[in-house]
Design a protein around this ligand. Sequence first.
Ligand code: FAD
Ligand code: NAP
Length: 523
Amino acid sequence: MVVGAGFAGLYALHKFRAQGWSVRVFEAAPEVGGTWYFNRYPGARCDVESLDYCYSFSDDLQQEWTWTEKYATQAEILDYIKWVADKLDLRAGVTFNTRVVSAVLDEVALRWTVTTDSGEVVCARFVVMATGPLSSPLTPDIAGLDTFAGEVYHTADWPQGGVDFTGKRVGVIGTGSSGIQSIPIIAEQADQLVVFQRTPNYSVPAGNRPLSADEVAHAKATYAERRRMSWRSGGGSPHVAHPKLTMEATPEERREAFEKRWQLGGVLFSKTFADQMIDLDANEEARKFYEEKVRAVIDDPGVADLLIPNDHPIGTKRICTDTNYFQTFNRPNVRLVSVRETPIETVDATGINTSREHVDLDAIVLATGFDALTGTLAKIDIVGRGGQRLVDDWAEGPRTYLGLGVDGFPNLFLVSGPGAPAVLANMVLHAEAHINWIAEAIAHLDAHDLVGIEATPEAVDNWIAECNRRAEATLFPRANSWYMGANVPGKPRVFMLFIGGFGVYLDICAEVAGAGYKGFSLI
Ligand code: FAD
Ligand code: NAP
């Protein structure tokens, strides 16, 4: 049983079918695509290059599909996923418009009873939660939001037919990656745009452009090497940091390296030097370069002061990847309101009230993020050994071994969730890696006449300690990020990911499997 038909669930279906197993997939949406089905706000694109942000398991797919831009639009990525689903005949294996509401373990039979919102009950030996790390959108608890007489949209639940903001007064709340991608496009359409920013974010221009026929041909001819480098890398892309540490490089070398990364575009700026996310002085060099670049494109120095973060080291929240974000604030129809200085107090029928003013609006866009990594799993009533509920087990923070298994929940696998690199890596390769590992584990059980696999409590404790130890050795815990659960009131503050790098993580997973699934009980 697979829950979810995004990149991960679809690959799971394909892979498990190829193993000769019977597989069912339940998907809440009416279509495949997951993230790329729901997040269709204007300007939505990947921030990992298109050539890398796609399946690697089939060279036929790699050779047949042609990406048109360095960073593909949401529409192109969704087209790609639909194309793969059709090509591999995956749709027939997915039950759409069906949400899994519970998964309950029968300890004696070692079977999971999975129940859906349509009332279907399915018995499965293995359950794979391919439910997505960013699949539970957050709506802020602002008094009166439901009394607003205009339109309200969430970036992660955007209307299918799109929205025309022509002639409208629009307010956007939120300046994370979703806000930063959508604000420049909304500004071009709207009559007036007011951006309500609580915390400024670091954003590096994407440098997006069409891919030339030569570039595509070269990439296709050298895909094997591109992927080899990605599998070994820190984040699942074929790029390596500068060979020197930040302060070992001369000022000229440093500048050149930062400039090169700036031109590469986006999130990878945080990996210019290998020590940038570990050493505050190194980080400060990157931050200073960043500030200079951003100040240069904003006309009003007062607005620039508000847009440049000063509360967290650069890269400790995911660096956003934008096209003309900062330049947008030079437009006469765009205004920035710092809700840190003048908080949003209420919404009424006609607009947003901050502590200083009433802003008249026709539409409000919520770019307010997600209950990341744990939110979607928490909505499913997952009950393991002794009636233990996963939500209770995770009350102090998620507990996993390798991000794949949980003690007390045998034969339940998590994909791209807490305890793995997940959102710190190229998530398409990450999904492939998880599904491959799970397929091998199940095949191992079958080959040895075993019926189950379950993380031991010691392995889970040790893995959490390992993840914490690695996180504490970096600058990441210094940010109030969603990696830390900081964006959800009441959520435990723990760094939820494995920060040791994608390649290192894959080595650990391979080593565990190679050692007869060390840290797991085989039943
Ligand atoms: P999802 O795509 O989230 O799919 C999970 C599916 O499970 C959904 O379709 C959901 O409806 C379904 N589901 C959940 N619960 C249930 C249930 N109870 N019953 C039935 N179905 C259920 N990552 C990158 O690496 N690079 C990027 O450039 C990038 N850009 C992103 C841009 C945006 C706007 C967002 C929000 C995320 C981005 N990410 C990016 C992260 C992205 O989530 C992953 O890359 C990837 O798409 C996740 O795939 P998935 O299959 O694991 O999960
Ligand atoms: P996010 O990074 O969590 O940003 C949410 C924004 O909403 C923040 O600016 C937050 O401010 C603000 N906010 C939330 N509640 C608010 C309130 N009550 N009042 C005022 N402001 C409020 O969410 P996201 O932008 O959707 O991005 C989430 C992740 O998805 C990204 O980090 C990335 O991994 C992925 N993503 C990737 C891309 C891409 O470029 N490919 C695009 C979109 C998303 P505070 O910071 O003050 O809380």
